[in-house]
Ligand binder design. Structure first.
Ligand code: SAH
Length: 256
């Protein structure tokens, strides 16, 4: 049995209760050494075999999984954040299905959630944006043309951008071309929820300069949108759900 487990985006205690249980029960752990907090491995069994996938190919990872399965062992494949986002789990799952090995996926706290929490931000404010676009700039991995960054930016929703800290000059240009006001709030959160976390609040037009000055080139979440405003946010209305005159299945609203 193989469990793909989301480790969370940094702080070791952000893993789910289920994820931690699976780590404690594992005979083999293959973890993404570049981004998973190694503290999580302290909870593994003493005789658990631990592999760092940062130094392995897909073929080597699969070989370890298949060997463990042949020996009746439990494997945990520990991925950063939530495995469903840029996790490269599909190819592993396909190979396991083909080999007749069963697997489950345990979700994790994604870095976009971790960064929002660090910023104390609500990403979906009524009257400002009710949509979050999770995306990346095209880099060594291409992005389908129909979802080019510029075309997504044209919606002016809240945006959470992965894998793009080294492409902020290009991102800034795309955002401005897509019609974002230069002073639209933005934030760069480096290593969100890790002890070395750094938060930079800036604007769309100062994204690149901010990252340059701070020397941030990787492991950063870029959040963009009016919801990040610190004072008066144009258009922001309080939620209807908690308005006194609003009835729900749980509470009868008053009209006064
Ligand atoms: N599955 C992961 C994303 C993996 S892709 C998740 O759900 O978060 C790796 C990218 O995620 C990085 O380039 C960076 O943009 C972002 N990232 C991962 N951990 C981060 C963290 N602690 N703080 C900020 N960004 C992070």
């Amino acid at each position: 049995m193989v469990n793909f487990v989301g480790a969370g985006c940094g702080a070791a205690d952000l893993i789910t209760v289920r994820g931690l249980r699976l780590i404690k029960e594992a005979d083999v752990i293959i973890y993404a050494g570049s981004l998973v907090n190694p503290e999580l491995l302290k909870d593994a069994k003493k005789d658990c075999a631990v592999y760092d996938s940062a130094k392995m190919t897909l073929e080597q990872v699969l070989a370890v999984m298949k060997q463990a399965e042949a020996e009746g062992k439990k494997t945990v494949r520990l991925h950063t954040g939530d495995p469903s986002l840029y996790g490269a789990i599909r190819e592993q799952m396909d190979a396991l299905s083909e080999a007749g090995i069963s697997f489950e996926v345990c979700p994790g706290v994604s870095s976009f959630s971790g960064a929002a929490a660090s910023l104390k931000a609500e990403l979906t404010l009524p009257g400002v944006s009710q949509t979050v676009i999770l995306t990346r700039m095209a880099g060594r991995t291409s992005v389908p043309e129909r979802e080019s960054f510029r075309s997504l930016a044209a919606h002016h929703t809240t945006m959470a951008v992965f894998l793009s800290a080294g492409l902020l000059k290009e991102m800034e240009e795309e955002l401005l071309t897509a019609g974002y006001e230069p002073d639209t709030p933005a934030a760069i959160v480096y290593k969100a929820t890790w002890p070395e976390e750094r938060i930079f609040r800036c604007t769309v037009s100062s994204l690149w300069k901010t990252a340059e000055e701070a020397g941030i080139k990787k492991t950063a979440m870029i959040l963009i949108g009016g919801v990040l405003g610190e004072k008066e946010i144009p258009g922001f209305e309080r939620s209807r759900l908690y308005a006194p005159d609003f009835s729900t299945g749980f509470r009868k609203g008053t009209k006064d």
